[in-house]
Design a binder for this molecule. Structure first.
Ligand SMILES: Cc1cc2nc3c(=O)[nH]c(=O)nc-3n(C[C@H](O)[C@H](O)[C@H](O)COP(=O)(O)OP(=O)(O)OC[C@H]3O[C@@H](n4cnc5c(N)ncnc54)[C@H](O)[C@@H]3O)c2cc1C
Length: 395
């Protein structure tokens, strides 16, 4: 009997890959180190490129039910509060790209994927199981696993490391350079929509200022509101759940416009995350072992494509493993060849946004003038290469 495929990590990319593989009749085991998958995290964005993949997997209905489709992104000056530009989304994006642009709570997206995976007999999900090590030969990958009670072993046709930004498969098994701290920190909060002033409840906002920006939008079908403040800050920790001091945040934004300060004063509880990134150009694949999503190309969230790229990766991986059914190493090489340029182009876009969003003084004035001069549609059109992507069968 053919060995199953193994995926390390039941995050966004790992679960999408498992569903896409199972739909091609490939049995797959997903190993997740967390003992249970609680709805942790805050908001993330599903742009049309990623939505096409999720729609092809039959997930359109639950996603539309749980997500919000913003009408536009309002870009505002963090200093003065003045509007700079409005990038149309809503019906404009859907007509332009054939799929909606959605904002969603990460927990809701993961739940939709988990439900779909749970309803698929070809997927085995092992929670509380961490990939510790692996060796490969010409025939298989031998996995060394760790559960809360004991160690365990498994034999796989291939191992996919979808184990996120601090990937063990990347660092320990493939011996690649790990993601490095970027000197940027995200402060995140999710609060009930009732706590938010009426005029902001449905707004997707992007406030630009010196060395920081703020993003907010509704999630959970409009019942909750997600706020993220992204700042230059020298801090580092490998966790998604460090409590942050609201007073420190208040002090950091003291010179900003009253409206954004009011928004930042709303949440009682903040978490902070150290943002990491990788340099382009490293390999993602060695023989029967490959990387996917953040494990392959962790990027700053400033293009809002961390989830999107992992979802695109998942589709390509499943397609290549299907095309080269009896040769996983060849499939993985083809997958990297197909994906790497695009993912790294997005990674560079996120870095460019880091510079542009955080300008100060005359350079910021120039940026705002350019954005005001361009129509919202033209600002959107500059990202056609990103949002206009479709999986091959849907093209
Ligand atoms: C708990 C959590 C909360 C997040 N919240 C947000 C958010 O609110 N907004 C946002 O933009 N991004 C968030 N992210 C990051 C975002 O999910 C990713 O940038 C993006 O979706 C790419 O996903 P991925 O599949 O590559 O990895 P992730 O979605 O990060 O998933 C990686 C998974 O691998 C598991 N794992 C790690 N090591 C091992 C191991 N050795 N063996 C087995 N399993 C392992 C992790 O527990 C995790 O479930 C969060 C990530 C995590 C893990």
């Amino acid at each position: 009997m053919r060995d199953p495929l193994y995926i390390a990590g039941a995050g966004i990319g790992g679960l999408t890959a498992a569903i896409a593989l199972a739909r091609r009749s490939r049995p797959v085991t997903v190993l997740e180190r967390a003992p249970s998958l609680e709805p942790v995290g805050s908001g993330l964005q599903i742009s049309p490129n990623a939505f096409h993949v999720l729609r092809d997997l039959g997930l359109e209905e639950p996603l539309r039910r749980l997500a919000v489709a913003p009408e536009a992104i309002k870009i505002l000056s963090g200093r003065s509060g003045a509007a700079i530009a409005e990038v149309p989304l809503g019906r404009t994006a859907e007509a332009r790209y054939g799929a909606p642009y959605l904002v969603i709570h990460r927990g809701d997206l993961q739940r939709v994927l988990l439900d779909a995976a749970g309803a698929t007999p070809d997927i085995t999900l092992r929670l509380g199981t961490r990939v510790r090590d692996a060796q490969q030969d010409d025939d298989a990958v031998r996995l060394d696993l760790e559960t809360d009670e004991a160690g365990d072993h498994a034999r796989a046709a291939a191992l996919i490391g979808a184990d996120g930004v601090w990937s063990t498969v990347r660092r320990r098994i493939l011996g690649l350079r790990q993601a490095v701290f970027s000197g940027r920190t995200a402060y995140r909060a999710v609060l009930p929509i009732d706590a938010v002033p009426q005029r902001w409840r449905t707004v997707t906002g992007l406030w630009l200022g010196p060395d920081a920006h703020v993003v907010h939008y509704p999630v959970s079908a409009g019942r909750q509101f997600n706020i993220v403040a992204l700042v230059k800050e020298d801090w580092d920790a490998e966790t998604w759940s460090t409590p942050a001091d609201p007073q420190a945040l208040k002090a950091r934004f003291s010179g900003w416009a009253a409206e954004v300060r009011e928004l930042l004063a709303l949440p009682q509880d903040w978490l902070k995350w150290a943002l990491c990134g990788m340099d382009p150009g490293t390999t993602w694949v060695h023989g029967r072992i490959g990387l996917l999503g953040d494990a392959a190309h962790a990027m700053l969230p400033f293009a809002a494509q961390g989830a999107g790229m992992s979802i695109e990766d998942a589709e390509a991986l499943a397609r290549q493993l299907e095309a080269h059914r009896d040769d996983p190493a060849r499939a993985l090489a083809a997958y990297q060849h197909e994906r790497q340029d695009r993912a790294e182009r997005v990674l560079r876009l996120a870095r460019a946004n880091d510079r542009v969003y955080h300008l100060a003084g005359p350079l910021a004035v120039g940026r705002d003038m350019v954005m005001r001069a361009l129509s919202g549609e033209r600002l959107l059109a500059r990202l056609d290469w990103l949002y206009g992507w479709r999986p091959p069968q849907a093209r």
